[in-house]
Design a binder for this molecule. Structure first.
Ligand code: SAM
Length: 226
């Protein structure tokens, strides 16, 4: 299945909003850290429902938001959630970003980067479109140290890249980005049932669920264009 087929399916069945709800719990903390100045141009890679760009317009006065997604249905849904003329959703692929060099102030991506067919090529593209001093905030829940995410690959036919923290830093640097920060953001909001309710549909033990959300959380790597 292609990115388009897989995620068009998700979008038409309403999973774009479900992802937004789940991802927001850690994404909002990462979004708050992006040094967006009023008027800045922001690109959201793999935007899904497009919530992140809209939040940056509302909270930081970002000037122009582009949400890029490989799924036309995702882009269509995202566009239907706003009538803000400064926010656009485009269909495209991470391997070839439809923007001129040095035109984007900040790139954001939540739970999407690891679907890139060639993540090194995607990083090179991000480095190309960023203005000097621009940032790439890359947030992922699927990464090597998060052992509870490893089985996700079995549930999807698109090949996913599972890097560890160091591999993210090395790849950013190889693409010419400085690594300004790397951190994990715990999800403190998800409800973790009482011990007596385990096993649940998704979790064998309470300890595993606590580890996944409260300890591992979302891996955030921040790159800065020289
Ligand atoms: C798991 S969803 C995350 C969506 C959103 N960022 C969020 O936090 O809810 C991943 C998104 O990335 C998009 N995507 C995956 N691979 C892509 C690629 N190579 N090029 C463009 N978009 C891609 C998918 O279509 C999907 O909408």
């Amino acid at each position: 299945m292609s990115v388009r087929e897989e995620f068009d399916d998700w979008a038409t069945s309403g999973r774009d909003r479900g992802m937004e709800e789940r991802h927001w719990q850690t994404a909002k903390h990462a979004l708050a850290r992006i040094p967006v100045e009023p008027g800045d141009t922001v690109l959201d890679l793999g935007c899904g429902s497009g919530y992140a760009g809209r939040a940056l317009r509302d909270t930081k006065g970002a000037g122009r938001i582009y949400g890029l997604d490989g799924s036309p249905e995702m882009a269509h849904n995202a566009a239907s959630y706003t009538d803000d003329g400064q926010v656009s959703y485009v269909v495209g692929d991470f391997g070839s970003l439809p923007f001129a060099a040095d035109t984007i102030d900040h790139v954001w991506s939540m739970e999407a980067f690891y679907y890139a067919a060639d993540p090194h090529e995607t990083l090179a593209e991000i480095a190309r479109v960023l203005r000097p001093g621009g940032t790439f905030y890359c947030a992922v829940n699927y990464y090597e140290e998060n052992v509870h995410s490893h089985q996700w690959q079995e549930k999807i036919s698109i090949e996913m890249t599972r890097w560890d923290r160091e591999q993210y830093r090395d790849a950013f640097r190889a693409a010419g980005l400085h690594v300004a920060e790397q951190d994990t953001i715990p999800d403190r909001e998800i409800t973790i049932p009482a011990e007596t309710e385990f096993p649940t549909e998704n979790w064998e033990t309470r300890e595993e669920m606590v580890e996944r959300y409260r300890e591992f959380g979302t891996l955030l790597t921040v790159g800065v264009a020289p």
